[in-house]
Design a binder for this molecule. Structure first.
Ligand SMILES: *[C@@H]1O[C@H](CO)[C@@H](O)[C@H](O)[C@H]1NC(C)=O
Ligand SMILES: *[C@@H]1O[C@H](CO)[C@@H](O)[C@H](O)[C@H]1NC(C)=O
Ligand SMILES: *[C@@H]1O[C@H](CO)[C@@H](O)[C@H](O)[C@H]1NC(C)=O
Ligand SMILES: *[C@@H]1O[C@H](CO)[C@@H](O)[C@H](O)[C@H]1NC(C)=O
Ligand SMILES: *[C@@H]1O[C@H](CO)[C@@H](O)[C@H](O)[C@H]1NC(C)=O
Ligand SMILES: *[C@@H]1O[C@H](CO)[C@@H](O)[C@H](O)[C@H]1NC(C)=O
Ligand SMILES: *[C@@H]1O[C@H](CO)[C@@H](O)[C@H](O)[C@H]1NC(C)=O
Length: 307
């Protein structure tokens, strides 16, 4: 599917020609099938679905890149693009899980360089785009790169199943995509160090108390209703003002160089033999990154890496 096709359903919502693949519910699917888009005027709801554990694989990354690139190529006031994008998950246990570790274990597959390049672009887009508001609707686990993506979006709303953490320390590395800078800006450096250095995750209640999440809800229905309400408000307003506000708040982000430095530090650590051993053990314990007690139990199961 051409990247451009993703937005034709939105055009359809405005009365233009409907694309042939658009079904009667005004939904469409990404090239690799890991994202489903549900379009309504000015708002797109993205449902992440990369079974079994919403692992951050090259295909999920590529689908995210195709989607986000549209906003970079476009003029800020392109009315065929949504103003607000909501990221939710089809998986009851995971939002976006950790990086596909098999792409990091030597000998690394030939696709690894393209995966990491695509990923840098995804993160840069999440950090840089001002002509769209990115809202995370979290009702499962976001950990590792999943939490880096989560914490660099514009807002985070949590349901009863929400959990978030950074597990990198357990494998002897650091969050390499800006997560170690995003988290202290949300919850303060002392608390961020606690979570970055223990690998502990927060639930919805603790996450809200700390400022990791904006608001928390007791049911998935309440969560969704509130996120839709926030999105509908933003969707009414002129995009130029929204973009100016986003540009202003973006001055509180860590400088680009800090992000580049973390990516390099990650690359320097990941090849160490001790790290390689831990990554292999992580994959084994998690039954090859499937719906296993180890993966479902993160962060409590991390100590098994050292047994
Ligand atoms: C539209 O959505 C409904 C409910 O989710 C589903 O049952 C139906 O199959 C969908 N129709 C199409 C054409 O996808
Ligand atoms: C608006 O976005 C659509 C979809 O990505 C694209 O085809 C079109 O060229 C864009 N228009 C402008 C003026 O950027
Ligand atoms: C990187 O993304 C492009 C799409 O933008 C895709 O064609 C390519 O296959 C991706 N690489 C990997 C390893 O998925
Ligand atoms: C976004 O657009 C700018 C200007 O065209 C370009 O330099 C940059 O590489 C693009 N970013 C991504 C992630 O594609
Ligand atoms: C994102 O913005 C930063 C800082 O303005 C810039 O250095 C970087 O090249 C941008 N990245 C992309 C992919 O556009
Ligand atoms: C969508 O955005 C346009 C342009 O700002 C605005 O005129 C319209 O009222 C918005 N519609 C909805 C439903 O938000
Ligand atoms: C692990 O899963 C991948 C697919 O995700 C598969 O290619 C590989 O063969 C599996 N390895 C083992 C040891 O089962």
């Amino acid at each position: 599917m051409r990247v451009l096709d993703l937005f034709l359903p939105v055009a359809a919502a405005y009365g233009a020609l409907a694309a042939s693949f658009t079904n009667s519910n005004n939904t469409s699917t990404s090239a690799h099938g890991t994202l489903t888009f549900s379009h309504s005027p000015n708002i797109t709801r993205v449902t992440i679905n990369n079974p079994p554990i919403n692992l951050y694989t090259a295909t999920l990354c590529s689908d995210l890149l195709d989607f986000l690139q549209q906003f970079n190529a476009s003029s800020p006031s392109n009315s065929s693009l949504p103003k607000v994008v909501i990221f939710s998950s089809a998986n009851p246990s995971f939002w976006i899980d950790h990086w596909d570790l098999t792409s990091l274990i030597a000998p690394t597959p030939p696709t690894t360089p393209s995966f990491t390049t695509n990923h840098s672009r995804v993160i840069n887009l999440i950090r840089n785009l001002t002509n769209v508001v990115l809202i995370a609707e979290l009702d499962g686990l976001a950990t590792g790169v999943g939490n880096e993506i989560l914490t660099q979006m514009d807002m985070r709303f949590a349901g009863p199943g929400a959990r978030a953490g950074q597990i990198e320390v357990s494998a002897g590395v650091l969050p390499g995509s800006g997560g170690a800078q995003a988290l202290p800006r949300l919850i303060g450096p002392g608390r961020a160090l606690q979570y970055l250095l223990t690998g502990e995750s927060v639930d919805a209640e603790t996450g809200v108390k700390l400022g990791w999440f904006n608001e928390g809800f007791g049911s998935g229905e309440e969560l969704r209703a509130r996120v839709d309400d926030v999105a509908r408000k933003i969707a009414l307003y002129p995009i130029e003002g929204v973009a100016a506000i986003k540009r202003s708040v973006a001055t509180t982000r860590a400088p680009q160089q800090a992000f580049v430095d973390d990516t390099e530090a990650f690359a320097g650590l990941v090849g160490l033999s001790e790290v390689q051993k831990l990554l292999k053990k992580f994959v084994q314990l998690g039954n090859n990154q499937t719906l296993s007690p180890f993966e479902l139990g993160l962060d409590a199961t991390l100590s098994e890496l050292y047994e």
